[in-house]
Ligand binder design. Structure first.
Ligand SMILES: Cc1ncc(COP(=O)(O)O)c(C=O)c1O
Length: 380
């Protein structure tokens, strides 16, 4: 799947930055912009031509997560999803949330804010997870590190499926079992996994997942998704409100309080329709048509091809066993900025975070792309 019509980025760049901002899947953008074009010509009547939006996006996203569309909500970003959850959760003073010390800000501050309600935020300390990990470089954690922090006041565990720095993936299924045994809600930031790795909240006992649309899903900037299980959703108080969360729909002067019970509750008011159409097209064409396991296997095959070619002894790749492996292959080099700049001079785009340089190929990349990246690094 690598035609430059679908992926115009291929015309000029070898783009391995899908963990940062992925390129927009071009047919997705065409589908989305067709809506605003129709609205330019027909105004409100354009809606009738585009079916149920964002209903059909919720259906596509639900298929990706193997759940039903009632459990999905269309969001602007990961932080909006996590803030909806953290702010609406019925915490009592003294309740505890467990998270990890080096999380991405969108998966940290929504929990920090709960301190205003007397909630205690406990952070899992970092653990050395691989040979090359120097002081200050995030690594990851093991299940025992989490267990050590659990008390009878622990209500929620909030973690990224994949750490944006080292690329460490936690074992969500194992965590889900732990949470089920202890009656704790597991809330996952799926920004670095949804669209790249299998993520099955119903099978794995996950209460909620929030993700961004413009990374591995290849959708528009300013889109995101939220999954909530039905039991968990019932617990969440409404913190955002507007016209579209109520069952009475366009009966706007009926101000009775009748919110939807499904994921529409959290969308609360008018959504960016064109962006929802675009994101749905990306998920259907890129992920559902291939299957998420195939997407993951393709990306891992490319990482393996890269590793096989890489022979520069001053660059150390971070390898995790498969259960902790993700779409991000991090590299350790004394000056990660220089490494990224050198690649860019050669038409190859990657990013550095937390002291690592991240190689993150996706479905539209080829073995030749990653072998070329390795060769450029061998000549550094
Ligand atoms: C783990 C993680 N969560 C969330 C995000 C993005 O958050 P938001 O969608 O709120 O901008 C990123 C972006 O790099 C990320 O790596």
């Amino acid at each position: 799947m690598h035609s430059s019509e679908q992926f115009p980025i291929r015309k000029n760049w070898t783009y391995l930055n899908n963990s940062g901002i992925a390129p927009m899947y071009a047919p997705g953008w065409e589908a989305g912009s067709a809506f605003e074009q129709a609205r330019a010509e027909k105004g409100q009547m354009a809606f009738a031509d585009f079916g149920s939006v964002p209903g059909s996006l919720r259906e596509a996203a639900a298929e990706l997560l193997q759940t039903s569309s009632e459990n999905m909500s269309f969001m602007k970003n990961t932080a909006e999803g996590l803030s909806t959850i953290a702010g609406g959760y019925p915490f009592e003073p003294g309740d505890e949330i467990i998270s990890y010390v080096h999380e991405y800000p969108s998966n940290h501050y929504p929990y920090v804010l709960q301190k205003n309600r007397g909630v205690v935020l406990k952070l899992i300390p970092d653990r050395k997870m691989h040979e090359g990990q120097r002081d200050g470089m995030p690594g990851g954690f093991v299940l025992e590190d989490i267990e050590a922090l659990i008390t009878d006041r622990t209500r929620m565990i909030g973690l990224s499926h994949v750490q944006f720095t080292s690329g460490f993936a936690c074992d969500v299924q194992e965590l889900g079992e732990l949470c089920a045994d202890r009656g704790i809600d597991l809330v996952i930031d799926g920004a670095q996994s949804m669209g790249c790795l299998p993520l099955y909240p119903e099978k794995w006992n996950v209460s909620a997942i929030a993700a961004s649309g413009w990374k591995w899903m290849m959708g528009p900037v300013g889109t995101g998704l939220l999954y909530t299980s039905p039991q968990f959703r019932k617990k969440i108080h409404q913190t955002m409100a507007g016209a579209d969360l109520m069952k009475q729909g366009q009966d706007y002067l009926n101000h009775s309080w009748q919110p939807y019970e499904d994921g529409r509750r959290f969308e609360y008011s008018t959504v960016p329709v064109s962006l929802a159409i675009a994101l749905e097209k990306c998920i259907r064409d890129v992920h559902l048509s291939n299957g998420i396991e195939k997407v993951r296997d393709h990306n891992w095959k490319l990482q393996d091809a890269f590793l096989q070619k890489l022979s520069n002894p001053s660059i150390q790749p971070v390898r995790f066993e498969n259960k902790n492996r993700s779409g991000i292959l991090s590299l350790i080099y004394s000056e990660p900025e220089k490494l990224c700049a050198h690649l860019k001079q050669n038409g190859i785009i990657v990013t550095h975070r937390g002291g690592y340089c991240r190689i993150a190929p996706h479905i539209y990349n080829t073995v030749e792309d990653v072998e070329r990246a390795a060769e450029v690094l061998n000549n550094l």
